[in-house]
Write a protein that binds this ligand. Structure first.
Ligand code: ATP
Length: 667
């Protein structure tokens, strides 16, 4: 060890004798710096445990002496300075004692070294000074913010949340909101059927085009991020619409910020409840529809007017069964909790297309006052985890609707089909031939187990009612249909005579009872056999004026299929309608046509109930023929691939399928 010290001392002396000037000479302008760093190296070597080293004095830059001394004496009491040390050797005059002082000495030397630089010292001062100023600024701001915030309550409303709609709707009703000077013109309705914020005077425009178009509205601009102020319950309130860019594609998301100058949350609570109440009142006659977005959140897309349960004509008891069961379920939360049964209910509505499955669900939603959340299983990008996330974020009381639940797992010739180039045979009446559907390739990344887990896995939401519809009951996996997932299965059949009669009756029954009563007198005079065609708009009028000159050649009349919509339908008495309904039901075969088809037929005779009855038989025949042709076309299409050379992949499959079928079939 002493040996090494001696060596170091020699080395040190050697280096010191070279001095900074040598460095200047050797390295030009970098000389002093180089000198300093050499000194640092020497220090490294010199510092030894319990081996005090005293270095000789050397010439120094005058400015560095005091600094070195000062820093050294401040930072390390063990370091002694003789006051004549050279600048580039901050600790060279120091006597270092004790092994524990090594790092402190090093650090001290570094600091002393840094301070010995004039410019560097100024930078450091500047940094420290700037840091102090910035810290003070931050402290001041945070204190100011804390003081200000303590007098304000600020609420944030996310655009994707229903509360945003409530607040925007409420704000739109405030006169001061409409006085904003930087406005955005919008046709948004915030999920309501009625426009929330009308441009004053627009409601007076009663011509058809004005009424039909979307309503114009003022919205205080969001782009400037300006704050708008108003008073609420004698409290000052500041409102800001803030837009922030989200995602890569420039989508913008908006947040509404409301700050109220109050220390009590009571005012905010009052505001929220008032806004919600007003919105709910405006929405009383409609149901809210939500769909999932690509981020697996729920978005309010529409409000639909409620449909009365009476307008859905099902077999006796079906409607009551569904409504009563759902109502009873919603009131049985405690019962489920007491027994540890998951508080969920599933209904599977299956059967013929157009038999009222979707319609009854939306009617039940209206009746029970629940929102409908549509879970589209065929949505692009929907996979197991996305579905699970969607189901778990459903609100506690709501209706989740999965339409065509079979479609996610099976390829269908009817419902998932894209229209191929092949058309069926042309109809006799000149209507375009019905396109023959081809199976669509399945793009779903959803698995059956993913669906099963989403329905009753741990993440599944409690309190929701699930309605699933399908036209292919037998295609469903039994696991999907078991109780706990689908508790009640209801079949929707094709229309019965009973349904046809009721549909006709409700279709032609005058909705305006007073008008019907007014007409009663006239009708009574005319007798029960009267057609009820007292409207100037009925089509018999056209026949009665057939003798009037009609210069337009038939070929130039507008070509269209269907019946144009007239405003005035004939007003019939209940008795008359009931009689006609009976005759109509006689013409309709039992369980052969769907209710949607019957409704479509009656729509074509919207103002001609008598003609509807008369034409019913022919229409049934034409429907049968059309169905037969469709079946034949489908059959032909099925047979066709067998004759196509087996070189194409599609035909190979078809041939294989046919062959297998032949094998199975008994000869
Ligand atoms: N039972 C019914 N009572 C009254 N209207 C009906 C009935 N069934 C169907 N409709 C009418 O037919 C149309 C289609 O009905 P809806 O969509 O409810 O049938 P769906 O069974 O859900 O058909 P799909 O299986 O094709 O989805 C609606 O306009 C509805 O008014």
């Amino acid at each position: 060890m002493p040996k090494r010290s001696t060596r170091n001392r020699h080395l040190k002396r050697r280096i010191i004798h070279r001095g900074p000037e040598d460095g200047m000479t050797d390295k030009g302008s970098l000389g002093p710096i180089a000198g300093h760093f050499r000194n640092w190296e020497v220090n490294e070597l010199v510092v030894m445990p319990s081996a005090p080293i005293t270095t000789g004095a050397s010439r120094a830059e005058p400015h560095s002496i005091g600094d070195s001394k000062q820093v050294l004496s401040t930072l390390n009491g063990n370091v002694a300075s003789n006051g004549t040390a050279d600048s580039g050797f901050g600790s060279s005059n120091s006597t270092v004692a004790g092994g524990g002082t090594t790092s402190i000495t090093d650090f001290s030397s570094l600091v002393a070294l840094l301070f010995s630089f004039g410019a560097l010292r100024d930078w450091l001062k500047l940094i420290v000074f700037g840091g102090v100023i910035e810290t003070l600024r931050r402290v001041a701001f945070s204190m100011y913010y804390k003081i200000i915030v303590s007098f304000w309550i600020t609420a944030h409303f996310d655009e994707n949340d229903s509360s945003y709609d409530w607040m925007m709707f409420w704000l739109s009703k405030q006169p001061s909101w409409a006085l904003a000077r930087d406005v955005e013109i919008s046709t948004r309705t915030f999920g309501l059927n009625t426009s929330a914020i009308m441009v004053p005077g627009e409601e007076e425009g009663n011509n058809l085009s004005m009424l039909a178009s979307r309503k114009l509205a003022y919205l205080p601009s969001a782009t400037t991020g300006m704050a708008y102020s108003m008073w609420y319950h004698r409290r000052y309130m500041s409102i800001t619409r803030v837009q922030a860019q989200t995602g890569f594609y420039g989508q913008k998301e908006e947040t509404l910020q409301i700050s109220i100058l109050t220390r009590s949350h009571r005012v905010l609570n009052e505001l929220l409840l008032e806004a919600k109440k007003e919105y709910m009142a405006a929405e009383e006659h409609s149901i809210s529809i939500f769909v999932s977005d690509v981020n697996n959140g729920w978005r309010h897309v529409a409000s639909k007017p409620k449909r009365s349960l009476n307008s859905i004509i099902l077999d006796p008891g079906v409607s009551d069964l569904l409504v009563d069961d759902a109502r009873d379920f919603l009131e049985s939360k405690a019962w489920y909790a007491a027994r540890g049964i998951p508080f969920r209910r599933g209904y599977l509505l299956y059967g013929a297309p157009g038999s009222g499955k979707t319609s009854i669900i939306s009617s039940i939603a209206g009746d029970l006052g629940l929102d409908v959340y549509i879970v589209s299983l065929s949505r692009a990008g929907l996979d197991d985890s996305a579905l699970s996330e969607l189901i778990s974020t459903l609100p506690e009381k709501c209706i989740a609707l999965m339409e065509d639940i079979d479609a996610a797992f099976t390829q269908s010739l009817n419902r998932d089909a894209v229209q191929g180039p092949v058309n069926g045979p042309a109809a006799d009446d000149g209507r375009p031939p019905p396109p023959v559907a081809r199976p669509a390739p399945s793009t779903s990344r959803l698995s059956l187990s993913g669906l099963l887990n989403a329905l009753d896995g741990v993440a599944a939401q409690e309190g929701r009612i699930l309605y699933a519809t399908t036209n292919k009951y037998t295609a469903l996996d039994p696991a999907l249909c078991r109780p706990g997932r689908m508790d009640i299965h209801v079949e929707f059949k094709l229309a019965s005579k009973y349904q046809a009669q009721k549909l006709f009756y409700s279709f032609y029954l005058p909705s305006d009872e007073s008008a019907a009563a007014d007409d009663d007198e006239k009708e009574r005079d005319k007798g029960d056999d009267d057609s009820g065609y007292n409207s100037s708009a009925n089509t018999d009028d056209a026949e009665s004026t057939a003798s009037e000159p009609d210069t337009a050649p038939a070929s130039e009349k507008p070509a269209f299929f269907g019946t144009s919509h007239r405003q005035h339908a004939p007003k019939l008495r209940r008795k008359q309608v009931a009689k006609l309904a009976e005759r109509f039901a006689e013409a309709i075969p039992e369980r052969e046509l769907s209710m949607a088809a019957l409704q479509g037929f009656l729509m074509t005779y919207k103002i001609r109930p008598y003609q509807a009855v008369d034409a019913a038989k022919d229409w049934v025949e034409s429907e049968r023929e059309a169905r037969l042709k469709k079946q034949q076309a489908a059959q032909g299409q099925e047979d066709a691939p067998a004759s196509i050379p087996a070189s194409t992949p599609a035909s190979t499959d078809a041939v294989a399928a046919t062959t297998n079928e032949d094998e199975v079939k008994p000869s």
